[in-house]
Design a protein around this ligand. Structure first.
Ligand code: FAD
Length: 542
C-alpha cells in the first residue's frame, strides 16, 4: 500500500512520570504539613501512578463498566456486581498503599502525619482513575462515624483500616480487609435526609429490621454500609452488613445500576431493604449527627478528588503543549497558550494547597477549622473544577475531545464532587450554618486568612470585603454562595501568599482577588510571570 502521508507532530503518550514526587506544589505541601519520611513513604505509589500499567487499568475499568447480576442461573437472588479485573487492581493498589481507612489506625499509633500522607497519596493516585476513589473515600470516612458505636468499632475497625483488599462476599468479621459504603439518599430527597422514609424496627436481640429503599448507593459490593432509617426517636444511623454473622446474605436487593454521565468504573445502585438486619450506630434519633461525621470526612475527599482531577487535566495539557507545535513553534512557548496553562496551573496549586491544608487540620485535630474551611473548600474547589478541566481539554484541541484521550473521562467526572456530599447550594448553606453555630470555626478560619495580612494589597482588600460580607446579616441565604466562595478564595490566597512562589501568588491575587476575574481562564494580566508558573507546574519525568 502506498503511504498517503507521514504522521508528524502527534504527541507521545504520557507515561513514566510521577504525579506525587514530580509535582512541585504537592511535594511542597507535603513537606510543609508533614516531612520527608512521609513523602518517601509514597515513592512506590507515585511510580505506579505514572506507569503505563496503571493508565491501562484506568482505561479498562472505564471501558468495561460494572454489570449487575441480580440472580444466579437457578433464579436465586444474588445481588452481585461484576467488575473488570482492572477495577480490583486499582482498588488493591489504593487500599494496599493505605488510602482507605488506614490513617485512623496510624494516627492512633502515634503517626502525626497519617492524614496528610493519605491526602497526598490520594491526590496523586486518583489521577490515574477517579471512580474507585469513591469506595476508598467511604471506607476512610466510615471509621470516625463508626467510633460512635465502640462495640461495633471494636469488631470492624481493624478491617476498615487494613491495607488488605479482599474481593468477595463473606462474614465481615472474618475478612482481613473491609470496604464501606453509605445509604442516605432516597427518591423523595437526598439533601433533606430527614425526609427519609426507610423504617427501622427494634428486635428482641438488639438488632433492627430496616425496610425501605435508597435511590443512590454507590459501591454496592462493599462489605458494610452506614444507612439512615427512621426509628420512633427519629432519623437513626445503622451499620448494615451484606453478609450476616450466620453466613446468610442480608437482604440487600440491587434494583438497578445508575447509568451515569461519568464515574463509569464505579457502580452506583438503587437498593431495597426488606427486614434487612442493621446494628444501631450511636443513639437512636441521632442518625444525622452520626452520618455527618462521615460526610465531613467525605467532603475533605471531594476537595482532594477535585484537586486531583484538575491536576490530572493540567498534566495532560502541559504534556500536550510541550510536544505539539503550531505556526512554527511549540504551543508551550507561545504567549497566549502560556497564559492559559499558567492560569490552570494557578488554579491547580490553589486547590492543592487548600486540600492538603485541610488534611493537616485532620492530623492536628483542628475540628473548628475543618468544619468551616472544609465546607467552603468543598463548595468552591469542586464548583470550579468543570470549567478548569474544560479549559485543559481545549489545550489538546480536537484530540482532547475524543475518547482515546483521558480528558473526556476527566471532564465527565468533573461535576460529581460538587453534587454528592452536599450539592453546591446545600454546602453553601452549610457554610452559613457552621458560621452561625460555631464562632470558634469563624475565628479559626479567619486566623489562617490573617496569617498573610499585609503581604499583598489586593489580598488585604479581599479580606476586608470578606469581613464586610460576614458582618452583614441581610439576605444571608441568598448570599450563601458569595460568602462560601469568598471564604475559600481568601483561604487560598492566604496559603499561596504564605507558601507559594511570588509569581503564583501574584497571578492569583491579580485575578481571583482583584480585577475582572469571573470571565474566562487564560486572562492573566500583562507582566505575570507565566513562563515561570508553567515551568513549575510541569511534572518532571521520573
Ligand atoms: C454518581 C452518584 C453517586 C452517589 N452515591 C451516593 C451514595 O453512595 N449514597 C448516598 O446516600 N447518596 C449518593 N448519591 C446521591 C447524592 O448524595 C445526592 O444526589 C445529593 O445529595 C443531592 O440530593 P438529590 O439528588 O436528592 O437532590 P435534591 O436534594 O433534590 O437537590 C436538588 C438541588 O436543589 C438544591 N437544594 C436543595 N436544598 C436547597 C435549599 N434549601 N436551597 C437551595 N437549593 C437547595 C441542591 O443543591 C441541588 O442542586 C450519589 C449521587 C451521584 C450522582
Amino acid at each position: 500500500m502506498n503511504a498517503t502521508h507521514t504522521v508528524t507532530n502527534q504527541v507521545p503518550p504520557l507515561v513514566g512520570h510521577d504525579p506525587i514526587a514530580g509535582d512541585t506544589a504537592l511535594v511542597e505541601a507535603c513537606l510543609r504539613h508533614a516531612d520527608e519520611l512521609t513523602l518517601d513513604s509514597l515513592e512506590d505509589l507515585g511510580a505506579l501512578a505514572g506507569s503505563e500499567q496503571a493508565a491501562e487499568w484506568g482505561r479498562l475499568a472505564n471501558e468495561n463498566p460494572p454489570r449487575l447480576r441480580t440472580h444466579d442461573r437457578t433464579g436465586h437472588r444474588i445481588d452481585e456486581v461484576e467488575f473488570h479485573p482492572a477495577w480490583h487492581e486499582l482498588m488493591s493498589a489504593a487500599v494496599g498503599h493505605g488510602l482507605a481507612g488506614t490513617p485512623w489506625a496510624l494516627a492512633e499509633a502515634g503517626d502525626a502525619h497519617a492524614h496528610v500522607r493519605r491526602a497526598v497519596g490520594y491526590l496523586g493516585w486518583t489521577q490515574v482513575e477517579a471512580g474507585h476513589g469513591c469506595p476508598v473515600t467511604m471506607t476512610y470516612a466510615a471509621v470516625p462515624a463508626l467510633r460512635r458505636a465502640p462495640e461495633l468499632a471494636v469488631v470492624f475497625e481493624a478491617g476498615l483500616t487494613s491495607t488488605s483488599y479482599e474481593v468477595g462476599l463473606a462474614d465481615p468479621r472474618a475478612k482481613a480487609g473491609l470496604v464501606a459504603g453509605m445509604g442516605m439518599t432516597e427518591k423523595q430527597g437526598g439533601s433533606d435526609v430527614r425526609a427519609g422514609t426507610t423504617k427501622a424496627v427494634a428486635r428482641i436481640d438488639g438488632t433492627y429490621h430496616l425496610t425501605g429503599h435508597k435511590w443512590f448507593t454507590s459501591a454496592p459490593m462493599s462489605d458494610v454500609f452506614l444507612v439512615l432509617a427512621q426509628t420512633e426517636e427519629g432519623v437513626s444511623c445503622f451499620l448494615v452488613p451484606r453478609m450476616l454473622p450466620d453466613g446468610e446474605r442480608n437482604v440487600f436487593r440491587l434494583q438497578r445500576l445508575k447509568d451515569k454521565l461519568g464515574d463509569r468504573s464505579n457502580a452506583s445502585s438503587e437498593v431495597e431493604f426488606d427486614r434487612t438486619v442493621g446494628w444501631l450506630v450511636g443513639e437512636p434519633g441521632r442518625g444525622v449527627r452520626a452520618i455527618l461525621e462521615m460526610v465531613t470526612t467525605t467532603r475533605l475527599d471531594c476537595v482532594l478528588g477535585s484537586a486531583s482531577t484538575v491536576r490530572a487535566a493540567l498534566t495532560q495539557a502541559l504534556h500536550h503543549a510541550r510536544h505539539r507545535s503550531a505556526f512554527g513553534a511549540r504551543l508551550v512557548d507561545q504567549p497566549l497558550m502560556q497564559n492559559v496553562l499558567a492560569d490552570v496551573a494557578v488554579e491547580s496549586e490553589a486547590a492543592t494547597a487548600l486540600a492538603i491544608r485541610l488534611a493537616a487540620a485532620q492530623d492536628a485535630g483542628e475540628t473548628d477549622f475543618l468544619r468551616l474551611a472544609g465546607a467552603a473548600g468543598k463548595f468552591f474547589v469542586c464548583k470550579r473544577t468543570p470549567a478548569v478541566v474544560a479549559e485543559a481539554l481545549e489545550v489538546l484541541g480536537g484530540n482532547g475531545y475524543v475518547e482515546e484521550s483521558v480528558l473526556p473521562r476527566l471532564y465527565r467526572q468533573s461535576p460529581l464532587n460538587s453534587i454528592w456530599e452536599g450539592s453546591g447550594n446545600v454546602i453553601a448553606l452549610d457554610v452559613l450554618r457552621a458560621m452561625e453555630r460555631d464562632s470558634a470555626s469563624v475565628a479559626a478560619v479567619l486566623a489562617e486568612v490573617e496569617a498573610a495580612a499585609g503581604a499583598d494589597d489586593r489580598f488585604d482588600a479581599a479580606v476586608a470585603r470578606l469581613r464586610a460580607e460576614l458582618a452583614d446579616p441581610a439576605d444571608l441565604p441568598l448570599r450563601a454562595r458569595r460568602v462560601a466562595g469568598q471564604l475559600a478564595l481568601c483561604l487560598q490566597g492566604s496559603l499561596l501568599l504564605q507558601h507559594a512562589p511570588g509569581a503564583v501568588a501574584d497571578a492569583f491575587c491579580a485575578t481571583r482577588l482583584a480585577g475582572d476575574w469571573g470571565s474566562v481562564l487564560g486572562t492573566l494580566p500583562a507582566g505575570t510571570a507565566v513562563a515561570e508558573i508553567v515551568d513549575r507546574a510541569v511534572v518532571a519525568p521520573v
